[in-house]
Design a protein around this ligand. Structure first.
Ligand code: FAQ
Length: 318
């Protein structure tokens, strides 16, 4: 009991001193549990997030756009892998995490349950979804858990490239024909509110924020980050010549921030509960891809077993 108290005290000292907690360090069960929850949800979001954009690889308007989109979608797969690896350091296996995703027990970001209807959606997703992801994830580079914080550094660099390529698609469309500008506006209209929902429930109802901020997993609350995102994105929309789909949006001289209209939390809850426009399709596609990849996993396991047998027989011969 006293030993646990000492360990806890040391853990708290590390957190207070902004020192990283590493995989082999003692940590409270609840800290471990919430990290597994957040990191695995984050990993699931990255790999499910490949689907809405993967949908447009075969229909990109040029070879250049196709290769850029292909590279972006591959980056998201890589982010999933770093994050699954970071979560594994906490003592959960990749199979357990994937099983939770496939059986609907684990969450992933609500944003990926919306359809990508036109090419302009590739612009809107890059600009808004990756933009929101960066806003949320840059502070995670300073998360108290070392393996998560380090994974986020590379993820953020790549997300920042993704955001710029999305903005560039929006810029091209909004400076194009009237029809192209209309496509950009339509995509903006459909992705704006779901992007604000990505930051999670408002501070009054967010159940994990307070504790996660105390542990320095999260550095800012959901509402703080959402507000920063609005403040950053509105001038970008002006530059594009697009209209933010919010009649209540206005600059507030007193606070120095944009005021924005109410978020439809009913819609958010429905999407998180599995009833969004594409929830079923996303999981079905993921499960099918996993099943189709069974032979690759079996071959890789057999190869690894053979290699380690060869290595151990060479060792014993030497
Ligand atoms: N969707 O108490 P809080 C990307 C859940 S990656 C679904 O506020 P917390 C890259 C939450 O899990 C995007 N569920 O929770 C990309 C919790 O449920 P639980 C993903 C949501 O953890 C771009 C409950 O509501 N990014 O975009 C959502 O303190 C383009 C209560 O919420 C991350 O995961 C939501 N939007 O704060 C890829 C970043 N929001 O677990 C492809 C890391 C909340 O009790 C293409 N995660 N919930 O069952 C975080 O920063 C946090 O986990 C939050 C939520 C901010 C998402």
């Amino acid at each position: 009991m006293t030993q646990e108290m000492d360990l806890n005290q040391r853990f708290e000292q590390y957190i207070a001193a902004d020192q990283k907690i590493e995989a082999k360090d003692w940590m409270p069960d609840a800290y471990r549990k919430t990290l597994i929850r957040q990191i695995s949800q984050h990993a699931h979001s990255e790999i499910i997030g490949m689907q809405p954009e993967g949908n447009w690889i075969t229909r990109a308007p040029s070879l250049k756009r196709k290769s850029i989109l292909l590279a972006k979608v591959q980056d998201e797969a890589g982010h999933g892998l770093y994050l699954y690896s970071a979560a594994e350091t906490l003592g959960i296996s990749r199979d357990e995490m994937l099983d939770a995703l496939h059986t609907g027990k684990a969450k992933y970001s609500s944003i990926f349950n919306y359809p990508t209807l036109t090419w302009a959606d590739m612009g809107a997703v890059g600009w808004l979804v990756d933009g929101a992801a960066i806003m949320n994830q840059v502070p995670l580079c300073k998360c108290s858990y070392g393996p998560y914080a380090r994974a986020m550094v590379r993820v953020c660099k790549e997300e920042s490239f993704h955001q710029r390529q999305g903005f560039q698609i929006m810029l091209t469309l909004s400076q194009g024909t009237a029809e192209q500008k209309e496509l950009a506006q339509d995509a903006f209209n459909r992705w704006w509110w779901p992007s604000l929902m990505m930051f999670g429930p408002n501070d009054a109802t967010s159940k994990h924020s307070e504790q996660s901020m105390r542990w320095k997993i999260k550095r800012f609350s959901n509402d703080e980050l959402r507000q920063r995102f609005v403040d950053m994105t509105v001038p970008q929309a002006e530059l594009l010549g697009l209209t933010v789909p919010d009649a209540d949006l206005k600059w507030n001289e007193v606070t120095g921030h944009y005021d924005f209209g109410p978020i439809d939390w009913g819609e958010f809850e429905q999407v998180v509960a599995g009833n969004g426009p594409c929830n079923r399709e996303r999981i079905d596609t993921r499960v099918t891809a996993h099943e189709n990849g069974a032979w690759v996993r079996e071959a890789a396991t057999a190869y690894a077993a053979k290699s380690s047998k060869r290595a151990s027989s060479q060792n014993s011969a030497a």
